[in-house]
Design a protein around this ligand. Structure first.
Ligand code: FAD
Length: 485
């Protein structure tokens, strides 16, 4: 088995882990990120509502509200530097009953307590002027800073940039045991032994399991599932803002949000679960969110739903964000309880992690060779004819459309695989360049993408997977070449 030596080991390559890695790669520090999954992207980080929150409705004076409020303004620069799709579309919180209308002043007050001062009261008329579909609105609030991001590329782009700046990524690498000897952590993983001076626990839903490995056993984590429907961009919805219901004591309710790629999401549910792999969707969950969407947008038509997914929030007990270091385990940093707002909070959580690492003795010499920017894979579908012709001139594979729904070319898929860290399976390609994410959900490209992966990765077609071992697409050949059909 291999042996790895590093200064900082980050456990988890979700939004939080890669943000930490990207923060650290500005310095002459050796960093290794390990994830049990076969790709970067995390668990919750790839199945959420994709909203960059302002923190207007967060519980005031908590670490979560403070982190979220400070993180939101950082996204313009982060997304510009790393070419991550990001839109400041704003949100409308809609009151549809008298009781909800009465709750609006309280929500505005909470926004002010959280230093979000640009929330605006909307009459029914003005809400409908902004979004004509809100025919049941009695009143509302406009929250201009609420924004949407591509959550897949948020993680992938930071990972690519960190890798470009020297961070090493180990995927399919589950951390199984952590021991401390003298100044070093000796970490056993499925890929071999890792020696590190510092360990950052960014393991999300399994954060308690990783902390227990060093004897910190004062908390547990369980999943709270959130199911979503994805609505095709051809649906006659026309909604441009994030549409939020008035939250109740029990739930934030179903929201309806545009995505940065022109379609919409409705969801999520909030179901307490025990199984940390309970990613399945259910008929009841789907009905619940269609009902919820119908309350916000009367006449909402579920026929335009093209697929479903579910994400698992990491619910910590005791609750709240916990960004901790420990006198009895020097060099171990725990980032836990990052439940419903971690996409947003991740850049500030990463800065806090850096500060804690420094306090624990990490030396941070700025790396003069640090490259702050990353170039995205040019998306053929977003270009005009002249730009498309220039790309095809440069690389003929831009002339071959593989995914017709999302207009994704072979050249884009090749780049998704060849970058570091690159796609290793169908879902990795989908998340990086959208092949298979459109209306037919891979009906056309589902046979071509595996061939490209097989060729580039040098593995037989039968070993190409949807998302890692056990999800192989093909069992084996049914005919030898030359056999008659
Ligand atoms: C339904 C839903 C909606 C949400 N909506 C939003 C939203 O709109 N805006 C927002 O800001 N946030 C939202 N969130 C919250 C956000 O998605 C999470 O807070 C964030 O993704 C957490 O990131 P993470 O890196 O901590 O965790 P994860 O993405 O879960 O990553 C943790 C990683 O650690 C790895 N790991 C675990 N154990 C080990 C081990 N032993 N060895 C190696 N690797 C390990 C896992 O494989 C995983 O990849 C939502 C979450 C859900 C579920």
């Amino acid at each position: 088995m291999a042996r790895y030596d590093t200064e900082v080991l980050v456990v988890g390559a979700g939004a939080v882990g890669v943000a930490v890695a990207r923060e650290l790669c500005r310095f002459r520090t050796r960093v290794l990120v390990a994830d049990r999954l076969n790709d970067v992207g995390g668990d919750a980080s790839k199945s959420n509502s994709a909203i960059v929150h302002t923190g207007f409705d967060a519980e005031p004076r908590t670490l979560e509200s403070e982190t979220v409020v400070h993180a939101n303004p950082l996204f313009d620069r982060l997304c510009r530097d790393l070419e991550i799709p990001f839109i400041r579309c704003g949100a409308i919180l809609v009151a549809t009953t008298e009781e909800e209308e009465e709750a609006l002043p309280r929500i505005m007050q909470r926004a002010e307590q959280n230093q979000v001062f640009d929330v605006e009261y909307l009459t029914a008329q003005r809400a409908r002027r902004l979004e004509p579909a809100l025919t049941s609105a009695r009143a509302g609030l406009l929250v201009p800073g609420e924004s949407i991001v591509d959550p897949f590329l948020l993680v992938v782009a930071q990972a690519e940039n960190a890798a470009q700046n020297g961070v090493e990524f180990l995927t399919s690498c589950e951390i199984e045991r952590i021991e401390r000897s003298a100044q070093t952590f000796v970490v056993s993983s499925t890929l071999g032994e890792i020696r590190a001076r510092f360990v950052v626990n960014a393991a999300g839903l399994r954060g308690d399991v990783v902390s227990h490995m060093v004897g910190i056993e004062d908390f547990t984590v369980h999943p709270r599932r959130g199911q979503f429907h994805v609505i095709d961009r051809s649906a006659p919805l026309g909604i441009r803002h994030i549409i939020l219901p008035v939250p109740t004591k029990l739930t934030k309710g179903t929201l309806l949000t545009p995505t940065v790629h022109g379609n919409w999401l409705i969801g999520p549910t909030a179901e307490e679960m025990e199984d940390r792999c309970a990613h399945e969707t259910t008929a009841d969950g789907m009905e619940e969110i269609v009902r919820g969407a119908g309350r916000l947008v009367p006449g909402f038509d579920p026929r335009h739903v093209i697929t479903q997914y579910a994400g698992l929030r990491a619910v910590r007990t005791p609750g709240g964000y916990h960004l901790r270091s420990f006198a009895r385990v020097p060099g171990f940093i725990e980032l836990s309880g990052i439940r419903s707002t971690g996409i947003t909070a991740s850049p500030v959580v990463a800065r806090r992690a850096l500060a804690m690492l420094r306090a624990a003795g990490l030396e941070t010499q700025p790396d003069e060779d640090f490259v702050a920017t990353r170039t995205g894979i040019p998306a053929f579908r977003d270009l005009d004819d002249v730009e498309r012709a220039a790309l095809i001139e440069r690389d003929q594979r831009y002339g071959r459309i593989v995914c017709r729904c999302e207009t994704v070319t072979e050249a884009e898929i090749v780049q998704a695989v060849q970058r570091t860290p690159g796609a290793r399976d169908m879902d990795g390609v989908k998340r990086r360049v959208r092949a298979g994410l459109g209306r037919c959900q891979g009906g056309f490209c589902g046979s071509r993408v595996p061939r490209i992966l097989s060729e580039l990765l040098g593995v037989p077609l039968e070993r190409v997977t949807r998302n890692g071992l056990g999800s192989e697409l093909l069992a084996g050949p049914t005919r030898a070449p030359g056999d008659s059909p």
